[in-house]
Design a protein around this ligand. Structure first.
Ligand code: NDP
Length: 275
């Protein structure tokens, strides 16, 4: 991948592919077909969640791929909180996915109204010690939530999967992640208002200069800013288009032109409100 490594080492010692495939808003049947296409294209990280209701389809695609389990990096997430609920969710996800471990398990949202995320985080740490998951992380956590997990359990999450695209590039959160050894993983990397980012003059100019599509440019920007990136598509041509971001590089000027699109405004769910 030109000057970028293909994997990043997390604080627990395991490696995560820098680039992967997301499965939000795909049902079981769709997920089976799309994940099979993604794996055949070359993606090796697959991101699902109990809330996506497609773990059975994802599991079927992995089984049909002909790849060994160890060749695939599989992420799922729990919506529920509480020590026992998280443990139960994990067991059920493993069953639906047809595997005996996950490479990465995440608390999907902090749900501060429920206020059980620290004991839920402890459940992930214990599952990691037992080998049920190789790495433990969170998603949509704000700095306060990350800090509390670390101070109350002594262990910071290995990764925080958050909304991150050129319109919302989260510089403050990323700086905190860097200081605390937390990997940043970007969801919604194409921007949540379909196509808007692709029409930005800055994106179009960079795309033209490199002979790439606007989608490829914003994905490449996200990778070069140091994040793990997991675009989703059910469209085979787009699955392949999105894969072809590993063999070119943006210049520092290109990156800065895209950085300038940051609005500081979240487009997706608010971690303080979503419950
Ligand atoms: P993405 O930024 O990946 O965008 C997906 C949308 O863009 C789909 O409508 C897709 O259409 C379209 N698209 C994909 N590729 C292209 C392309 N090359 N050109 C034009 N349009 C394209 O958004 P997601 O919200 O899906 O985020 C990615 C992944 O992150 C999710 O799938 C999920 O795994 C994860 N996620 C996690 C969340 C969390 O709370 N932790 C929240 C949301 C997502 P089509 O499929 O029709 O081709």
């Amino acid at each position: 991948m030109s000057e970028l490594s293909t994997t990043i080492t997390m604080s627990g010692g395991a490696e995560i592919p820098r680039y992967g495939y997301g499965t939000f808003r795909i049902d079981d049947d769709g997920a089976q077909a799309a994940v099979e296409t993604a794996l055949a294209t070359g993606y090796r990280l697959v991101d699902t969640a109990v809330g996506y209701q497609n773990e059975v389809g994802v599991g079927r695609a992995i089984a049909a791929s002909g790849l060994g389990r160890g060749e695939i990096f599989l992420t799922s997430k729990t919506w529920d909180h509480g020590y026992d609920e998280v443990r139960r969710n994990l067991r059920e996800s493993l069953e639906r996915l047809g595997t005996d471990y996950l490479d990465l398990y995440l608390l999907h949202w902090p749900r501060p109204d429920v206020d059980l995320y620290v004991e839920s985080w402890q459940a992930l740490l214990d599952a990691r010690s037992e080998g049920l998951i190789r790495s433990a992380g969170v998603s949509n956590f704000l700095i306060d939530h990350l800090a509390r997990c670390e101070s109350e359990t002594g262990a910071a999450p290995e990764i925080n999967q958050v909304e991150l695209h050129a319109y919302f590039s989260q510089p403050e959160l990323r700086a905190y992640h860097d200081e605390h050894g937390v990997i940043t993983e970007s969801w919604g990397p194409l921007g949540l208002r379909a196509g808007a980012l692709f029409d930005e003059p800055a994106v179009k100019a960079v795309a033209e200069a490199h002979g790439r599509t606007p989608a490829q440019v914003v994905l490449r920007w996200n990778l070069q800013r140091g994040n793990v990136v997991i675009p989703k598509s059910v469209t085979p041509e787009r699955i392949r288009e999105n894969w072809e971001v590993l063999d070119f590089a943006l210049t520092e000027d290109d990156l800065k032109a895209i950085d300038a699109l940051d609005t500081g405004v979240r487009q997706g769910g608010d971690p303080l409100k979503l419950n």
